[in-house]
Design a protein around this ligand. Sequence first.
Ligand code: PEP
Ligand code: MG
Length: 876
Amino acid sequence: MEKKYVYLFNEGNADMRDLLGGKGANLAEMSNLGMPVPNGFTITTEACNKYYEDGEKISDEIQSQIFKYLDLLEKETGKKFADPENPLLVSVRSGARASMPGMMDTILNLGINDEVADAIAEKSGNPRYAYDSYRRFIQMFSDVVKGLSKKRFEEIIDEIKAEKGITEDLDLDADDMKKLVQLFKEFYQENMNEEFPTDPKKQMMEAVEAVFKSWNNERAIYYRRQNDIPSSWGTAVNVQMMVFGNRGNDCGTGVAFSRNPATGENKLYGEFLMNAQGEDVVAGVRTPNRIEQLAEISPEAYEQFKKICNTLEHHYKNMQDMEFTIEHGKLYMLQTRNGKRTAQAALKVACDMVDEGLLTPEEALMTVEANQLDALLHPMFDPEELKKAQPVTAALPASPGAACGQIVFSADEAIEEVAKGKKVILVRLETSPEDIQGMAAAEGILTVRGGMTSHAAVVARGMGECCVSGAGDISIAADESSFTVNGKTFNRGDWLSLDGSTGKVYGQAIKTIPAEISGYFERFMKWADESRRLQIRTNADTPRDAAQAVKFGAEGIGLVRTEHMFFDGDKIKSIREMILAKTNEQMENALKKIEPLQQEDFEGIYEAMEGRPVTIRYLDPPLHEFLPHKPEEVAELANEMGMGVEELQAKVDSLREVNPMMGHRGSRLDVSYPGIARMQTEAVIRAALNVNKKHPEWNVEPEIMLPLIGDLKELKFVKKLVTETADELIAHEGSNMKYHVGSMIEVPRAALKAGELATEAEFFSFGTNDLTQLTFGFSRDDAGSFLPAYYSAKIYEQDPFAKLDQEGVGELIQIAAQRGRATRPNLHLGVCGEHGGDPSSIEFVDGIGLDYVSCSPYRVPIARLAAAQAAIKHRK
Ligand code: PEP
Ligand code: MG
């Protein structure tokens, strides 16, 4: 049987999201609920995938199905493509499974041409509306299908307005619109070397193809990588009969959220414009009205809309983000989807919906994106400094948080400056999808145009980044090197501070302080803790970080990188003495100096963790990292150590390795210099004994972790150094303190030989940073330079150092877990690489039954929620 690539709205439903995309599935669902949705059909995501399989060609089979459904749409609506009597105009919109900025979004009024426009003008008695619709179509088609500059079209409009001495689009009359149509077509022809397409079917097939193509544009690929969306999903295309918000003053269009997306307040929140079409509201071309004002202008439509919002929220059990159009007073629904919201709003909505009986706590947990919690944990302005500061202007508080940085005017500039280590504020007239990488790089975004639902606002909120939008007082210089606001000029590179929670803009740098967490957070995270199976530990090397992580809910430390302490104060001197020792005696002397300092560090960490488990990992990096490399530093150190400069230089040179990451590091150091493992053991055991004396109730049992192990004999060798030293110290103290020795699994050989390693190791911690490096053979430090080529070539879609490569590295982890547990059923298993704080990696780790993940302090709440979400999914 022929495969079905097209579905009428009334053939689909909300469960068909994979096939129909989010927009298509929800349009179908709203139709089924009897809501006023203009008729239409959806071309499936499978058609998009087929387009790529067929070498970027829409097959005859798919084209003929599209035309068949077009016939059906004509029958349903009683209108016909290119029929002057009753012409059908449609919108063509993309719609992937997850909403995706960066892709082609919308073309309106498709099906219009000279004859159709004239016929609409005549029949409606409203020629302005007819030619306005036509010029908009040419504009959108040229931009999104053909990639012609949007800016030039805006300039042509501005030129006509200037000629007439008017400032508002609404003051353009029918003749002006007609003239715009003519000028736009000429511009199109000049640039495309062809006439603007007049055949509606040709227009449609080109638009459909443009949607398919946009699935693979650079911005979409970037967004997918950021949001874990596989390229195999494809996008659907929605074709829908047009209804017109630009048909007169009893027409309009708007967008609204069922609750406030910035605060979560349970109150309809949105914007609309009368006598306007779709993009006008979000593009920020005109400043929209607040949704409440619709009650005065079109009371019936407003009441109906409010009811629909309520129904949709209950139906989807989630806050909704909706688009609507009013044509001659009649309301039409054009879209609904789960609304993007700030982290603060997300928690309030989740808690409120549980209180309202709409959601169970488990369901509420699934409504918040784990990564979003990040935004709650970021600094706010120091209130004292803020009090003293005078804002230079105030605009819309589009996305909360505090941001302070130096002014840049373009996304590229933002990326460049941030790469140099600067913090920047991106100042734009308005933003568009091509800006998203620069927006992500910036600390905050300030736009001159646009409302709360503008691109900048929506995208910033999604990223958890501070944004102030619609700052109409600001005027940016034509050469984009400065802006003026209320008589003050700010140049590129000047400092600016944005308060995304109040909308205030300050012309100076303002100090920030750590975030405060609301009551909703505590309540919500308690539900997460009740739902998760994985334990959450943290990677912390100092008592301060450890205490911060405990505040964020860490249940222990999964990784203390002991070498991080070596750079503190005088310690580096003793470390250098150790490295530069010429005799065993010198080495022992140096180690003796380091031991009490390490012990003190460990005691501090044990104290901060108040009896929670702490895994201490032994010295890991290649020794040359502790030595100076610049000639003047070498000379200074030689002087300090009473060595000849040349002698020291020779030693530094001798420690230099061709591949240091695969060189003399990890437990290999202990095999060469057993004194290091002995010294670290003394420090750990003494620290634990001391802490247990002070706090017997904590009953600390040290967990000692050996890095970069690859063989059982190697593990036994180093473990023996540990146990001999530890047993003697413990016996000497007359204590019965237990301690545990485990192995990191970060060399592929260790994963394969895990069954043997588990005879000696009481626990495994997967060092997925090194395991990824060594499994791919990609240097951790250099992969960033060539991975982009792999993304473009679609060989890899994700950075494997950020998101666990579940297929390759993941398989090694599974093998190691299985073989290890076969030897030692109670083997404790965790991940302490960067992946321990990444939600998709956490889901994988939960699925294969490990016991814990360990991540940086600020990612602990994210890991708690991600672990809960994983457990809920896996229980289903
Ligand atoms: C790892 O390799 O994943 C790890 C945690 O160790 P490090 O990052 O210190 O090499
Ligand atoms: Mg490692």
